[in-house]
Design a binder for this molecule. Structure first.
Ligand SMILES: Cc1cc2nc3c(=O)[nH]c(=O)nc-3n(C[C@H](O)[C@H](O)[C@H](O)COP(=O)(O)OP(=O)(O)OC[C@H]3O[C@@H](n4cnc5c(N)ncnc54)[C@H](O)[C@@H]3O)c2cc1C
Length: 453
């Protein structure tokens, strides 16, 4: 079972996973001298404003992905980038600290996936997903702007059906439908041992604001919140050009959890004093996020990629889409398209992401303990503050936190760095120093109050 000249590939879903697969499959085929026909089926129109043209996401493209794309000659054009992020500001009830990029080359891009939030009047905005689709079309992919409603196996191929056009036969079908449950169920029919990924509800909203106000309030910093609020694993404000994106990740985020977060003093203080935070939400949604990978995401002539298969827990889902897409494109073009080929060359990549996520789960458990403890948060702030203030500091804690927030490094790598004796010793010392000094200050204040009385 191999692709030969004239073989036909159907990519179902034109989000990052579908586009990255198409781009690399066509590029590998060109190098191999193989003439392929590749159709991308995409139900959404990414030129539309609001949710009908958007794949709901915070829009952070990690520095590792920016660099990997650049290494392959894909430089994200400046008109796609809404803002370059160069620092992370960590907020807790005990104070805040800014963490600068460990080296000057590291840059993170904040983008819109679609062409702008609901109510957006600027029709010239260009989204990330549309940019990637354009690259694939330049490489020869054909875009079919339809929703796939039927997949059926035949003896030597797979039939793909849409509501508006006739069924077509393909040699290979790629499942890049994200977490669309109906579409994933279609794949179960042609990939019987596949089990769907586990999901939970997250939250995104967009606040429109004057660019100057955004610079004054948030700067070019992504603001992350380590607050003791139930069910929130990660909360962030991401500055775009004239929008601020609010992202909440955790367990089954709902309206009350969102309100609790927005009403907290730490979040409120990131907005100008007179900004009507509660009334300023023209665009908000509760999309699913992948929290456990789907299993056996391949069969003869079929492979699922991106969120539909394996992602990265809470971070860098676009980066994981890139990894899985490239990992599926290479065996499809160079080796073969049978279940055995995908098992040998694709499965190890998914397994690697999965075991990294397992470590990630432990990191988030520890983060949850820190979130609940004022004593530990004081120590953390003190340690980061000390590292950031010193010119040639080793930045152990800052760089481990930077990679945790940005999702640029794997969780195993981050975990190893958190276990470094220098980091642990520094944190213990900072926790003791910061908490003793606050105790002394309280005692002193009490004595002064008593004397005044
Ligand atoms: C709240 C939240 C914030 C996030 N923030 C970030 C972030 O800042 N950075 C980051 O890297 N990741 C982030 N992610 C994760 C990221 O959005 C996903 O990992 C990424 O979009 C996965 O890409 P994909 O191509 O697999 O799926 P998707 O982006 O979901 O694309 C799937 C595509 O398939 C199409 N489709 C579905 N069914 C059909 C059908 N039957 N026929 C035709 N087309 C179909 C859909 O229209 C869609 O365009 C976030 C996720 C959430 C929920």
């Amino acid at each position: 079972m191999e692709l030969t000249d004239g073989s036909r590939i159907a990519v179902i879903g034109g989000g990052p996973a579908g586009s990255f697969f198409s781009y690399y499959a066509l590029e590998y085929a060109r190098r191999f001298g193989l003439d392929l026909e590749l159709d991308i089926f995409e139900a959404k129109d990414f030129t539309k404003i609001g949710s009908s043209g958007c794949n709901h996401c915070g829009g952070i493209v990690s520095e590792s992905l920016v660099q990997e794309l650049a290494a392959d000659g894909l430089v994200i054009p400046s008109e796609i980038i809404q803002r370059g992020i160069n620092t992370y500001t960590m907020h807790t009830e005990q104070g805040k600290r800014s963490i600068h990029a460990p080296t000057d080359e590291h840059r993170i891009a904040a983008v819109f996936r679609g062409s702008g939030p609901r109510g957006c009047l600027d029709k010239s905005l260009k989204g990330f997903d549309n940019y990637l689709l354009g690259l694939c079309q330049e490489k020869g992919a054909k875009l079919i702007p339809e929703k796939v409603t039927l997949l059926e196996r035949t003896e030597n191929g797979v039939m793909v059906g849409c509501s508006k056009s006739d069924m077509r036969k393909y040699d290979l079908v790629i499942g890049a439908v994200g977490l669309n449950i109906n579409a994933l169920e279609l794949f179960k029919g042609i990939c019987p041992s596949y089990s769907l990924p586990e999901v939970t509800r997250a939250y995104i909203s967009e606040f429109i604001m004057k660019p100057g106000d955004i610079v004054r309030s948030l700067g070019s910093s992504m603001h992350v919140f380590l607050l003791d609020l139930p069910q929130i694993t990660f909360g962030a404000l991401i500055p775009k050009y004239n929008y601020i994106t609010l992202v909440l990740l955790g367990k089954d985020i709902d309206k009350d959890i969102v309100q609790n977060f927005i009403n907290s003093h730490q979040v409120r203080s990131c907005f100008p004093e007179d900004f009507p935070v509660k009334r300023a939400l023209p665009c908000q949604c509760y999309p699913y996020i992948n929290i456990k990978q789907g299993n056996n995401a391949y069969a003869d002539r079929v492979v699922l990629i991106g969120d539909s298969a394996s992602s990265k827990l809470y971070k860098n889902g676009i980066g994981a889409a890139f990894i899985t897409a490239k990992a599926a494109a290479s065996p499809a073009v160079f080796e073969g398209i049978s279940k055995r080929h995908f098992e040998k060359y694709y499965k190890p990549i998914c397994r690697d992401l999965d075991s990294d996520n397992w470590v990630g789960k432990w990191i988030f458990r520890v983060t949850r303990i820190i979130q609940k403890s004022a004593v530990l948060k004081r120590g953390l702030l003190y340690q980061v503050g000390k590292e950031q203030a010193k010119e040639h500091s080793t930045l152990r804690m800052s760089s481990a936190l930077w990679d945790t927030f940005t999702g640029s490094a794997g969780y195993r790598n981050i975990f190893r760095r958190f276990l470094h004796p220098g980091l642990l010793f520094g944190l213990i010392r900072s926790t003791l120093t910061s908490n003793l000094s606050i105790n002394n200050r309280h005692t002193h204040e009490k004595q002064e109050a008593r004397q005044t009385l």
